[in-house]
Design a protein around this ligand. Structure first.
Ligand code: ZN
Length: 97
């Protein structure tokens, strides 16, 4: 546990004036999550997707360790189920529980 200078644990809150806001509509900014219609697949996202796809293609049937970190059931098709599918279908693959 982290204590502040007064010896008490922090409230773990961010002052609202530090939250960035959209320059167009003034709404608070949020992370780019597949939670609603605002998810952005821009050029950077597409380039990263292509790099990931190429990495998976080049490493298929090699020894691969798939680690899920903070992957929930919000959009399981993106990571969780594809990891499960590759774990099932590929040879020489290990996925810790
Ligand atoms: Zn906006």
């Amino acid at each position: 546990m982290f204590l502040n200078r007064k010896g008490v644990s922090p409230e773990m809150k961010v002052p609202s004036d530090l939250v960035p806001h959209c320059p167009k509509c003034g709404e608070p900014m949020s992370m780019n999550l597949r939670a609603d219609h605002t998810f952005a697949e821009d050029e950077g996202w597409n380039l990263a997707s292509e790099r990931y796809t190429e990495f998976i293609r080049r490493h298929q049937n090699k020894i691969v360790l798939f680690l899920e970190a903070a992957v929930g059931f919000n959009t399981p098709v993106i990571v969780k189920y594809s990891f499960w599918r590759m774990t099932h279908e590929w040879k020489m693959l290990f996925m810790p529980a």
